[in-house]
Design a protein. Sequence first.
Length: 109
Amino acid sequence: MTRDPGLEELLREELGDRPGLTEQSMFGGRAFLLNGNLLCGARSDGMLMRLGKGNDGWALALPGVIQMLSGERVMQGWLQVTAEVYGGDALRRRLLDGAIAYVESLPGK
């Protein structure tokens, strides 16, 4: 995978200067962490979102949203979202709000 600087910048703008937010290279792209927990990511093949196991059914019902794979392993609670989906401001915001709510419920690292 290669990085997607445009998507990275879009996520930076959406996430703002939220306390506890950091970035690092991961998964062949750029990962955004909140209080040390993975929140979302940007890669050339789409946006990664962490909604948490059992919280992602609504998003998986949308065309262009699939469960993230690590090799052949399904990553429960993680989604891979195409540009057609994350290009919509309201839907991107809803996905990010869901990811933030889930990750804020986790203990910090």
